[in-house]
Each structure stands twice: as structure tokens, then as C-alpha cells.
Design a protein around this ligand. Structure first.
Ligand code: URA
Length: 164
């Protein structure tokens, strides 16, 4: 899957679960309904996938019937993701949903309990939040997700990323 990278160095990286049908067809992450909602939320905090963020997924191929990736599938793709992180050198990683958060931040993470809580790992600030597909399924989660986006905006201000 071709990944999105417009700038040489995006300080903020978003990690999802894996490509769905639209992403597979177009070869780009988050281009379906989830992606549209994500773009809208990013826009409110002055982020733009064509300008200042980088988007990746835990797995790089669409699992059959869009199921959650199995552990060995995630493990097979993690070296690729680590290489992406090493190249991008983000200051911040936002994990979208449980799959991203458990493989990137903490195996024991529970998204409903732990979303919105920043952790520093290997020198990178990490924020777990809901996957946009979860927000489409359950509107009541949007309030918390919006809170997380504001927290992200505050963190960006605090860190003062260069270049913008
Ligand atoms: N959901 C994901 O987790 N990733 C995508 O790229 C699209 C939908």
C-alpha cells in the first residue's frame, strides 16, 4: 500500500488498523468514510493530510472480510511500520483505535479506558483515541474524540513543531 507523505518530515503521525476496500483499490490510507470523518476532524485543529501529517496502518494488506488483523499478521507488518516511524521521526503518534494502540503503545491498552491519556515512549509522545469507524458506529463517542483532538492541538502548541 502506498503511504501518504507529502512533506519530508511530518511531525505528527496517525496510525490506523489496516486498509479497507477503498484503501486497497486506491492504494492510500483512510480514503473511505472513516477517512472523510478523520479529515474533517483534522481540519478543525488545522491539520491536513496533504500538508503536515503522515498516515500509516498496522497491517499493509486488507484482512479477509475486513476482520481485525491477527497477531501474526500484525507482527509480520510491524518492522515495516517501525521503518516508517524511523524515517518520519515524528514528535507525536496518534493511535486510532485498539489495534493501533495495542501494538504501538501497550499490549494491555483498553481504548475506552485509556483514550486521551498521553504517554511518552522512545522519545515520542503517543495518544490513543477512538478509530473514526467507531465514531461512525456510535455518535456518542464523538465528544471524547473531539476532546482528544483538542488535546492534540494543545500538545502541538506545547512542542512547537518546526517548519509551519
Ligand atoms: N481503517 C483503517 O484502520 N485504516 C485505513 O486506512 C482505512 C480504514
Amino acid at each position: 500500500q502506498r503511504q501518504m507523505c507529502i512533506r519530508d518530515r511530518a511531525e505528527i503521525m496517525f496510525i490506523g488498523e489496516g486498509p479497507g476496500q477503498h484503501e486497497d483499490e486506491q492504494g492510500e490510507p483512510f480514503v473511505g468514510r472513516s477517512g472523510q470523518l478523520m479529515d474533517k476532524m483534522l481540519h478543525y485543529i488545522d491539520l491536513d493530510r496533504s500538508r503536515n501529517i503522515y498516515i500509516a496502518n498496522i497491517v499493509k494488506c486488507r484482512p479477509p472480510q475486513n476482520r481485525t488483523p491477527l497477531e501474526d499478521e500484525a507482527m509480520a507488518c510491524l518492522p515495516y511500520l517501525r521503518a516508517q516511524v524511523a524515517l518520519i521521526q515524528p514528535q507525536i503518534i496518534v493511535c486510532l483505535g485498539k489495534t493501533a494502540a495495542m501494538y504501538v503503545i501497550d499490549r494491555e491498552i483498553r481504548i475506552t479506558r485509556d483514550r486521551g491519556i498521553w504517554r511518552m515512549k522512545k522519545g515520542i509522545w503517543m495518544l490513543p483515541t477512538f478509530h473514526p469507524a467507531a465514531l461512525l458506529r456510535d455518535e456518542s463517542k464523538k465528544r471524547d474524540a473531539w476532546h482528544d483532538m483538542q488535546s492534540l492541538r494543545d500538545k502541538i502548541k506545547e512542542l512547537g513543531p518546526d517548519g509551519e
